[in-house]
Ligand binder design. Structure first.
Ligand SMILES: [Zn+2]
Length: 250
């Protein structure tokens, strides 16, 4: 997660499930460099979010030319951005970390669920096992191996990796700032409190963020997950996924 007073960026590195990436730097390295390049590129408000993302992806790729950037498992991340530009709020969402707007009477959730639509059979196989079991781990590896073949292809789903073309597949838009009371940019590890677990509404999440801040929301996510440590009630890839939240108010 990175930000400035007018920019919020949430990146969520994709799991490698212990498989080869062709990169000696690793996913955390990729995510932190992509974040700083993205903040730098988007400081110029005449650069669109998609153009800034393409530039950032290209710059990070240029930082490790010795790695095998054509490896289908090359480090990758979901990207969610909210930027204030004059009287507008620009958003960009690539994969499943949503941007949520609290409007005066409603909530608008912007997310890209193409990643959830690929390989339903292998996904179901992962979800039938409890986490922390050998079967779960093996099924997850099969799933991630297959996922890599559809990642950043026209029939699959798009995430930030080594190819700047991914930026042109992001969901982008602009909203008049006066229509919005507040906004949240969340990794899917945090948004699932609403979307997967159905243990809170967006109204409750925003009330919590406003009263107690992101830390309280993350504590709530962990508390809910602790009631289902092996993923029986809510099948998932890990007991608790990385969770980050940027809460923006004007
Ligand atoms: Zn590398």
């Amino acid at each position: 997660m990175a930000g400035t007073p007018t920019l919020a960026v949430v990146l969520d590195g994709l799991s490698t499930a212990g498989l080869d990436t062709g990169c000696r730097h690793g996913v955390p390295w990729y995510v932190s460099h992509l974040g700083s390049q993205l903040v730098a590129a988007l400081a110029n408000t005449s650069v669109s979010l998609a153009a800034g993302l393409a530039e950032a992806i290209e710059r990070v790729a240029a930082l490790h030319p010795g790695c095998d950037l054509k490896n289908p498992g090359t480090p990758s991340a979901t990207v969610s951005v909210l930027r204030q530009r004059g009287g507008y709020l620009d958003h960009l969402v690539l994969a499943d970390s949503p941007v949520v707007f609290e409007e005066h009477h409603d909530f608008t959730v912007i997310t890209d669920l193409r990643v959830d639509e690929v390989l339903p059979d292998l996904r179901a196989e992962v979800e039938q096992y409890e986490t922390h079991t050998v079967e779960h781990e093996k099924a997850l590896r099969r799933f991630v191996t297959a996922q890599r073949q559809s990642r950043n292809t026209s029939t699959g789903y798009w995430v930030a990796a080594a190819d700047p073309e991914a930026a042109s597949h992001a969901i982008v838009g602009s909203t008049a700032a006066e229509a919005v009371r507040a906004a949240a940019v969340l990794s899917d590890g945090a948004s699932r409190l609403v979307t997967e677990y159905a243990m809170a509404t967006w109204a409750e999440v925003f009330a919590m963020l406003r009263a107690d801040g992101p830390r309280e929301l993350l504590r709530e996510v962990r508390k809910v997950e602790a009631t289902d440590p092996t993923g029986r009630r809510w099948p998932r890839y890990k007991s608790g996924d990385d969770a980050s939240v940027a809460f923006c108010q004007w």
